[in-house]
Design a binder for this molecule. Sequence first.
Ligand SMILES: *Cc1c(COP(=O)(O)O)cnc(C)c1O
Length: 369
Amino acid sequence: MSLGEAVVDLAAIASNVRTVAAAAGTELMAVVKANAFGHGAVPVARAAVAAGAAWLGTTSAAEALELRSAGLTAPVLSWLHPPGEDFARLIAARVDLGVSTVPHLQAIAAAARSLGTPARVHLKADTGLSRGGAVPDDWADLVAWAGKHEAAGELLVHGVWSHLANAEQPGDPGVARQIEAFEQAVRVARGAGLDPRLLHLANSAAALGVPRARFGLCRIGLALYGAGAGPGLRPAMTLRSRVVNVKRVPAGTGVSYGPDHVTTRPATLALLPLGFADGLPRSAQGRAHVWLGGRRCPIAGRIAMDQCVVDAGDLPVRLGDPVVVFGPGPAEPTVADWARWAGTNPHEILTGIGARVPRRHEHPEAHDR
Ligand SMILES: *Cc1c(COP(=O)(O)O)cnc(C)c1O
């Protein structure tokens, strides 16, 4: 029996794939980086593919290879690689590679040459996010080198792609500028003789809210996990635990470190054995609530590394009573609530769930439907 657990509903993952696919009308890449936003990369990838996701997306080589080791055969795109990356093992595992720089392209071509297997690459244009990707001044060079290596049989340019800076605000003129910059990058690539089969720009927010950004494929993270706003999406993760200590205290009792909180009336305090090491951000102090005894009860005082104290008021709480930190809502708090309380986004809440919290996957049969 663990102190808490993250229950992941794979039927919700499958349902979200179908919901976004219907809304976007494109193929989908299930983005399973960072252990599928904390949900468990392999079970989520299986459920997403079974529900119709055509692609899997990862940040790192290790994440891509984990999917292959688990027997997943769907196309995988991996997009962030250090200088000196061992590209040969990625090419051998049929992992598509996101490429932003000429040195990376050349290292990939060299690895493909020595393997005798062409690499599949997706050239990344920087259309305004200023992270990965080649800026317009460098794009022609990247495209020209890709053409040379393609002609030499060392690689195939399967995709051209980019990433949006502010898709959550579809009316932001920056979104339209990025779409135009992307279309221009595609024209330059085609003008140089490349024939990318797949164009992709949209994340979850764009898949749902920016039709012009959809092209042939949308890369979805947050919507896959149901943690973002979108009609019909189902939150996949429930973080729950149980009360491990209960006490009745008088008014004027200090609670947790500091104490930052002193009771103003007699109160029942319930100890929750989850803290910031488990992903409950300290910064949510003073705002965060959990679901206990059929209502939302506030966390009192500082959230500690391993535990926090819930003020249950006059509720008849007993040792072992179930606590839901977040769940599908709307009764119990949601990931979006926690993000608001902590002043962050749902992505950070989900990826912050600690490694010591066991993940339990429900409805694994979702991938047979
Ligand atoms: C994380 C990521 C995504 C998914 O973004 P969401 O907003 O969670 O849908 C898509 N594309 C890239 C390149 C990413 O890094």
